[in-house]
Design a protein around this ligand. Sequence first.
Ligand code: HEC
Length: 252
Amino acid sequence: MKISYQKIAHYAYTKLLVSAFALLGLVSCTEDPNSPGVEFMPDMYRSIGYEAYLKKFDVDSTDFFERNLKKLGYEESADSAKSAIISEVKELYDIFKSGIVTRKPVVGSVAQGKKPFMIAKGNRDNAKSVKMPIPYSETSLFEGKSYYEIFCDHCHGEKGDGGGTLVKKDLFLKPPSYNVGTTKDLSAGEIYYTIYYGKGMMGSHSSQITEEKRWKIVQYVQTLQGNKIEELQGGKVPVNPVVSDTTVTDYI
Ligand code: HEC
């Protein structure tokens, strides 16, 4: 029988390859069940994570080192690893003085597509002359009514007389009726100011209602004050406001 050297070589080669893989498999196992074993470029998987809500720069805390020691693959004693981690981490955290990576917006920033309310809190008188930016129409009044029913009705009542469900059930202080006394004379800007900042027991509604919806609610409240749509369209509200204080204290 003729033995082919080629066949033997092929057989040996296959055996060698299989054992090499088996050996590799064994070597890459570790005792730690949580360890992924031998990794190619481990620092690419395990980097120092920014601590998004870190209260202050705390590279000196033991907890911080313990958490990062293994993660960064330092096998040395805690002390020598500590100095290595300090230099790695400090560089990142020094950029943000407070240590908090998630930044607050710069004071006075306005979110995209939002307009600030130019009347500062406490300057209610200046709100008197703020102009209604949305034209009065049946549609905007209709929309205002539906928003009113969602956000105001339960206290102020369907007719704006202060007889909302919460008041009827004795769960909240009765608000004044919209169409009597000084409340009847509140201008669009003043009503908007009240929605924006709140008044007395009534809290601010600026975070839950967008600017456009607030103005539409104002339009509807104006009808509850007893104004007819034609009167409102006729410019009962001042057209050219003189706003003396334009300090921006908040953004919508
Ligand atoms: C949780 C109950 C409650 C809700 C909800 C509420 N209000 Fe009021 N509102 C009050 C109370 C109470 C007052 C009286 C505050 C005071 O004079 O101290 C008031 C007062 C007012 C005034 C008169 C302010 C002034 O300057 O005299 C207006 C206008 C007003 N609310 C509009 C609204 C509008 C519009 C909404 C809906 C977006 C609304 N309120 C939602 C309870 C509420």
